[in-house]
Design a protein around this ligand. Structure first.
Ligand SMILES: [Zn+2]
Length: 404
């Protein structure tokens, strides 16, 4: 009798322990069918912490108010160095994140000799899984381009754009193209080429609603607006936000086949290059709103959905606290109502505000510190620990049960 009781209590204990370890996120060991990869360009942990501290300040308290993805149960740290520099650019980092290979800064989806690597999006697409590629900056920019193009020069925007319509990927969305008719403005218009290759061009949320499921589509801003989406701090009524595009992509791509969606918050990086603290914070919060849309999808499909949130590198060498002392005074940013990009105020005025807030910047370029990776859902346990950026695409395919 004693033996039976002991055995029973061991079994009960086992189930209690299993529930505690695995119960928090459903489907951790299952195959990932719906996969979201969110890349905050330039968003190292200091950018996330600053946004969290800002939210707490808005409530009048000291602390970190978590954003959508900081609540995710798995957190890891990712090395970002490139093949020829400890400090990567977005092209080499994008190549690592999309193909699992390091390369030199400036190179996109190719090794330093120009030999092409294959993005995991192609391997996913070959298995019949629809692919969506989204960015708040233009689609020919390094991060989104790394998921469909190969180029020896990340700045060959027209050549990169020409590679988009031949992918056959089902959904593109975001900021259009930098050189729609080439650097010399003498080449065939890229929008026409995309249309000729069977893509619908949907401008704004309302036009997107008229696109039939199964049609290949590129979703851009409303007519009359070209180029990247505005900074969150500068957004006007009718402007697209990242969350609108992610929402549209989910609706358009959702089927029994699953999907892979890469969505980039590209302007976190731009705000940080300008050392513009307030614009940076609002970009991170906007990016978190887009992740929240994916999280709501995860709640409906917890056993089959994987959400990953990471960055390609740090931008700005951002610190919370600067020069001397133990103060962070984010209230000082309250008076700022627009980004440095559109404001008539001098850049010096913004830098002075950041100083007053004790938001520190050490560079107007990138820095080499590791970046966080937050994850939840099917296969997220694969991403735990101290990893390299080249591990991420390999682990995505592993989670989807697709060979690398
Ligand atoms: Zn950058």
């Amino acid at each position: 009798m004693k033996k039976i009781i002991l055995t029973l209590s061991l079994i009960v204990t086992f189930f209690i322990i299993s529930d505690a370890s695995f119960g928090q996120q459903k489907g951790n060991g299952q195959q990932a069918k719906y996969v979201f990869l969110f890349i905050g360009d330039g968003m190292s942990q200091s950018h996330v912490s600053l946004a969290e501290a800002y939210l707490a300040t808005q409530r009048g308290v000291i602390g970190n108010d978590f954003v959508s993805f900081s609540k995710f149960p798995t957190v890891s740290l990712v090395s970002t160095f490139s093949l020829n520099s400890y400090i990567t650019d977005s092209a080499a980092a994008g190549t690592a994140l999309s193909t699992g290979n390091k390369t030199d800064n400036g190179m996109l989806g190719v090794d330093p000799k120009g030999n092409k690597f294959k993005s995991i999006t192609y391997k996913i697409h070959e298995k019949g899984v629809p692919v969506g590629i989204i960015s708040t900056v233009t689609l020919d920019h390094a991060t989104p381009a790394a998921y469909y193009a190969n180029s020896n020069k990340r700045g060959d925007y027209y050549d990169i754009a020409l590679q988009l319509p031949i992918t056959g990927f089902e959904f593109f969305g975001g900021g259009g193209f930098i050189d729609p008719t080439g650097k010399e403005k003498n080449m065939p218009n890229i929008y026409k080429i995309i249309g000729d290759n069977g893509y619908k061009i949907a401008r704004g949320v309302s036009e997107m609603k008229t696109v039939k499921k199964g049609e290949k589509v590129i979703m851009l801003q409303q007519a009359g607006k070209e180029g990247e989406l505005p900074f969150a701090i500068d957004r006007k009524d009718g402007d697209l936000a990242l969350k609108d595009v992610v929402s549209a992509a989910i609706e358009h791509l959702y089927s029994k086949k699953g999907f892979f969606i890469m969505a980039e918050g590209g302007k976190i990086d731009w705000a940080a290059h300008s050392n513009d603290g307030k614009a940076d914070i609002l970009e991170v919060l906007d990016f978190a709103d887009a992740v929240e849309v994916a999280y709501q999808f995860y709640l409906k499909h917890p056993g089959e959905t994987l959400i990953l949130v990471t960055a390609d590198h740090d931008t700005g060498g951002l610190s919370l606290g600067s020069t001397k002392g133990y103060t962070l005074n984010l209230k000082a940013l309250d008076s700022q109502k627009s980004s440095t990009a559109v404001s008539k105020d001098s850049t010096e005025a913004y830098l002075a505000l950041n100083k007053k807030a004790f938001v520190g910047w050490t560079t107007t370029s990138h820095s080499g510190i590791a970046v966080p990776l937050y994850s939840i859902g099917a296969g997220s346990g694969n991403f735990n620990g101290r990893i390299d950026n080249t591990d991420i695409p390999k682990l995505i395919l592993k989670s989807m049960r697709i060979p690398f």
